[in-house]
Design a protein around this ligand. Structure first.
Ligand code: MG
Ligand code: ZN
Length: 214
């Protein structure tokens, strides 16, 4: 019985995800669903990327509560809509469907969707995005790709963040690369630091995004 309910929920989600995907494609908008733990640096990465990207970009922010992240994105100069899930631990396609009319889609090249900080269930809900990105900070530890395989398996891109903290982590960047590649050999991997004033490795990511999205 419980299984049946879950199937119905996912079928309803998939129908709305398809509608979102068709709407975004119609307007030539690439959308990236950003997954990662709370504190992995998803919003900080967006703050650093938005002024560097030569692409018209918008952002949907997903959080349980507050508009803190949307305020940061607005300050970075991008159109942004905040979704509060009121306790919900992931975004779903219906929430995205409700906020898409708030964007001038014809004028956008790229729409970032920052999901609720969580390495578990956001991976199970298609939002209609073009691709999923995982942001993993080195401080979370070497074992996260192996422990949360469904999230890492679905990512087209994995961004290793906070590389300035590597000297305190007890493993190397190569070690973490290997852990990610063991779960998902196809993932495109970038390493960067998104901390203001200590930015590192962002140019490669910006170049890759511009090349693949233009
Ligand atoms: Mg955030
Ligand atoms: Zn959830």
């Amino acid at each position: 019985m419980e299984l049946k309910v879950k199937e119905n929920i996912l079928a309803a989600n998939d129908a709305l995800a398809t509608a979102n995907r068709q709407l975004l494609q119609k307007h030539g908008v690439t959308s990236l669903n950003i997954l990662g733990s709370p504190g992995s640096g998803k919003t900080s990465l967006l703050e650093r990327l938005l002024p560097r990207l030569n692409l018209a970009s918008g952002v949907i922010e997903g959080d349980l509560a507050t508009a803190k992240d949307a305020e940061r994105i607005r300050a970075a100069g991008a159109p942004v809509v905040q979704i509060n899930t009121n306790g919900g631990c992931h975004l779903d396609a219906r929430m995205i469907n409700q906020v898409l009319p708030g964007f001038d889609l014809a004028g956008l090249d790229l729409l970032f969707i920052e999901n609720v900080g969580n390495l578990v269930c956001p991976a199970g809900f298609d939002l209609g995005e073009t691709a999923k990105i995982v942001v993993l900070s080195v401080a979370e530890g070497l074992d996260k790709p192996a422990k949360y395989p469904s999230t890492f398996l679905k990512a087209a891109v994995v961004i290793i963040n906070k590389i300035d903290l590597l000297p305190f982590c007890g493993f190397s960047l190569d070690d973490l690369h290997r852990e990610i590649e063991t779960v998902n050999p196809q993932a495109q991997i970038f390493a960067c630091c998104s901390r203001e004033g200590a930015e590192d490795g962002l140019d490669k990511l910006v170049n890759w995004l511009e090349k693949h999205i233009k």
